[in-house]
Each structure stands twice: as structure tokens, then as C-alpha cells.
Design a protein around this ligand. Sequence first.
Ligand code: NAD
Ligand code: UDX
Length: 478
Amino acid sequence: MADVKRVCCIGAGYVGGPTCAIIASKCPDITVTVVDLSQARINEWNSDKLPIFEPGLDDLVKQCRGKNLFFSTEIEKGIKEADLIFISVNTPTKNYGIGKGRAADLKYIESAARKIAEVAVSSKIVVEKSTVPVKAAESIAHILQANHRRGVHYQVLSNPEFLAEGTAVKDLMYPDRVLIGGELSEEGNRAIMALSNIYQHWVPKDNIITMNTWSSELSKLTANAFLAQRISSINAISAVCEATGADVSEVAHAIGTDSRIGPKFLQASVGFGGSCFQKDVLNLVYLCECLNLPDVAVYWQTVIEMNEFQKRRFARRVIEALFNTVTNKRIAIFGFAFKKDTGDTRESPSIYICKYLMDEQAKLAIYDPKVDHEQMISDLTHPSISDNPTRVQELVTLTKDPYEAARSAHAIVICTEWDEFKDYDYQKIYDSMLKPAFIFDGRMILDHKQLQKIGYHVETIGKRLSDDVHTGKSTSVP
Ligand code: NAD
Ligand code: UDX
């Protein structure tokens, strides 16, 4: 098995697509087929408009597609032909039954494993790339072994993915490390070597870390929990800054220069979003509860609670500054994606800010450079956000032009840190807004002094820019 010639990836999503594009481009000797249940998604991967936006991905796909990179719904064929199969399907938080709202839903993983067992006629290395609870690889192995055909052998590896959206191509091209967990046996080692050989086409050997399967699975959850915890920690401090006159950017800089802490992931914000952080922390919380470690579960749960607090706190600040009422006030929302350089809106803080403002009957004009309008409506009319879709349609206007969004608005709320937001003509925008004109910079990306000079009332995260005359709050240190 050491010489993998054909790779199949089950799941053509944010992870499967970019990962396989990189493997195909770096390993011309390997044929890579990405398969998915969704015909629509596969059609998009085979078209000029890929289903996901990632800087650098279009070129990469164009370069390999039809040569050694294929996208297909022929799942059985893909499995049959492959020496190595990545399982890269979604593992969302369960929204029903036992563990609802916390546990990872493993039904897609299981159905992929069962499909492999059903159709494979030769031995395979099965690689768990999806993020899963500890011991999921064991369940996959169990299903495969219980259903295997004579002469067909499986090795199951854990190979969690650490790419971040918006920088996926760069992250995959130059990963800090690649993690491979496998069985501590001769066959296990051979499978680890086979996967390692693929990565060694472009990743230095020293950056490929091998370990036991459970450590590998837990390392992924731990990495995301630590990253999310850093954001919640700096966001907690941002609240202290706003109450005291300290500046969270200065505090982040001060602590980030301590080499033990480091400067990354200390950007205070409206809260973290994305498909991974909340899901994976909840997954860890649930795991701890199942392991009868309630204190550990409570510890990690607070990371999520602080994130909820930050989103609510920011929305409340907008409402308070706008004289405690936003009813029927037009508010421009700049940014709907959960971070810049992606069109992904999963768990985007923007959705929740919009929800809180809609609850107060604000009229929202939303602009995002990459998110489709249908996606915005689908997110805002989700039952967890609104129980009245008609009301959402009445309150929300979707625009393709930020200047249009801000026209006649009382306020602009920056929810995503898109670079283009920094370059707008804010004088022109100010002239078109109602006065006093407010900007709430939830990402700390704008030139606040310049905006104040124009005449805006500016509010940001983790820093008090002006005396809060409207809310009557004191700026003095208690
Ligand atoms: P996604 O929802 O974008 O893609 C998953 C794809 O799997 C979907 O297109 C779905 O149709 C397909 N699928 C589901 N069951 C299938 C089956 N039985 N057969 C064939 N196709 C099937 O998900 P994603 O964002 O790519 O995430 C995949 C996994 O990777 C998750 O476990 C996630 O936690 C993890 N992860 C995601 C990221 C990220 O940035 N999105 C980063 C690291 C890890
Ligand atoms: C994350 C992990 O970084 C990645 O390793 C894992 O594989 C998937 O989950 P992703 O969610 O795509 O990646 O993006 P990330 O850059 O981590 O940002 C997540 C959220 O945190 C975004 O909403 C972002 O705006 C926010 N964030 C990030 C902050 O608020 N402050 C920061 O300092 C960094």
C-alpha cells in the first residue's frame, strides 16, 4: 500500500475541494477524484464558478481539473478505484435526540464508511479528515471490519485538517504541521507512511507528525478549542477596556509581544463565527460530559458563553447609542460572511447582530461583497433566528452596493473585516446618511480619527472613542 496512485475524497466541501486540488497539483503522479452526493455541488466544481470562494483556488482547480483532478457523483466508482480514501464529509452539531445542540452528528461519516464497506473490492487506507470526537476512527474501523469482503483489508487513519477559510490554499500549501494518527502496528505504520509520502511531495518530513489515532483526533478538537478560547479571552478583556478607558488593541499588543503568548488570534471582534469553532468546542464539551468530567465540560462551555455575550453586547451597544431605539431606523450592515475572503456564512456573528437588531424592529440594509442574497435570506429566516419570515422580508433590504446600503441610514455596522470597507469614500457616505451618523466598527478596521473628523459618531470594540453622552455612562475608572 506504500505507493498510492489513486485517491478518492468523499465530500466536495470547503475541506475536500481545496485539499484535493492541492494534492493533485503537488502530486502529478496521483489521480484524485472528489465525490459528493450533491449533483449541484459537483456541477459547480466542474464549472467556471466554483461552489466556494477561496483566494487562489480557481487557478489551482483550472490547472489540474480533467488531468489528475476530477469531481464526480459516481461515489461507488471513486471508492472502488482508490487506494486511499479521505472522508471529508460534514460533521455538524446534532440538532435532535441525544446530545442535541452539543454532540457532533456522525451520520454522514457513518454512511460514508458503510458505502466504502459495501463497494470496496480491494484493500484501502481510509483517512478520517473530518473533525470528529475521539474514538470515531474506531467506529469507522468497526463498521469496515464488520462488513469487509474476503481479502479486503482496511487501515483507518486520522488526519485532521487545520486550514482556515479565506486562507485555505496558503494553509494547505505551507501547513505548520500535518498530523497523522494511526494504529500502532506494522500495518498501521505502513498506512501512515503511505499517507505521509503523499504529503512529502510538498511538506517537509519534519513537519509531518505521527501519533496514535486518539491523540490525533483529540489534538484537532483541542487546537480549535484553544484558538476559540483566545478570542473569547480577548473579547472578555475588550468589555473591560470599554468600561475603563483601556484600549484592547494596546493590551493585545502588549501581551502578544510576550513570546509565551504570541501575537496571533488576539483580535477582539464581534465574536467568532464559522462552521468549526462553536461546533468543535461543543463537541469537546459533550465528550467531557460523556467521560464524566463535568468540571472540564463547564470550563470549555464558558468559551461559547463568552462568544454569545460578545455578540449580544455589541448589538446592545448599537441600540443604546442610537438613543435606545432602533425601531424603523435604517441600519446598514457591512459584511455578512463570518470572516473576510470567504462567502461562507455558517455561524457568522453578522447573522446574530442582524437578529438582535431585527428583534428591535430595525430596518436593515445588508451588503457583503461575496455572500449570495439567497444565502442571507436563508440564514435570517432560519427558525432559530426568526419565527416570522414575512417580517424578515419587510425589515431587510439586500444591496449590491455599500453606498446604496448606507443612503438615508442612521448607522453603519461593520460585521466582517473585508479590506474593501477601508477604502470607501466615507465623506460621500456621511453626506447621504441621516444625522447624527453613527459607525459601529465591530472589527476595528477603520480609521476612527478620520471618521470623527468627517463628523461620524464612532463606536468600536474594546475602546471608548467618545464620551457616551447618550447612554449617560461614565468613562471614569471605577
Ligand atoms: P461541507 O459541508 O462544506 O462539505 C461536506 C460535503 O460532504 C457536502 O458537500 C456533502 O454533500 C458531502 N457529503 C455528506 N455526506 C456524504 C456522503 N455520505 N457521501 C458523499 N458526500 C457526502 O463541510 P466542510 O466545511 O468541508 O467540512 C468537512 C469536515 O471538515 C467537517 O468535519 C469539518 O468540521 C472539518 N473541517 C472544516 C474546516 C473548514 O474550514 N470548513 C476546516 C477544518 C476541518
Ligand atoms: C478555524 C481554524 O482556524 C482552523 O485551523 C480550522 O481548521 C477550522 O476552524 P476558520 O473558522 O475557517 O478556521 O477561520 P478562523 O480564521 O479561525 O476564524 C474563525 C472566527 O474567529 C472568524 O469569525 C474570525 O473573524 C474570528 N477571529 C479570528 C477573531 O474574532 N479574532 C481573531 O483574532 C481571529
